[in-house]
Write a new protein. Structure first.
Length: 93
């Protein structure tokens, strides 16, 4: 029952007529062996970042990018890619 202690779910509990299940916030997943708790997804290890992100840094629930010298984060792409200071996209060096 989702109304009692969130159904034992760490993040979200969804309830229908005869069933209930747990789900996780963005950036997290439920491990195969445990259907209630959520673990962080390492987006960097899984290659879930853009090629124009020079250095991927995993964060709890997400990731951020760092850029090589003379490049800046692109605010038009949620700071997930690096662009040259001229505004051109650059691939990782």
């Amino acid at each position: 029952d989702c109304e009692v202690e969130n159904g034992g779910c760490q993040h979200q509990c969804t309830e229908e007529e005869i069933d209930e299940w747990c789900s996780c916030n963005n950036g997290f997943e439920i491990p195969d062996e445990d259907w209630r708790n959520c673990i962080d997804i390492d987006e960097c290890e899984r290659g879930m970042y853009e090629v124009d992100c020079h250095i991927c840094v995993n964060l709890i629930g997400g990731f951020t990018c760092l850029c090589n010298d003379t490049y800046v984060l692109d605010p038009n792409n949620n700071n997930k890619t690096c662009i040259g200071q001229s505004g051109q996209y650059q691939t990782s060096l």
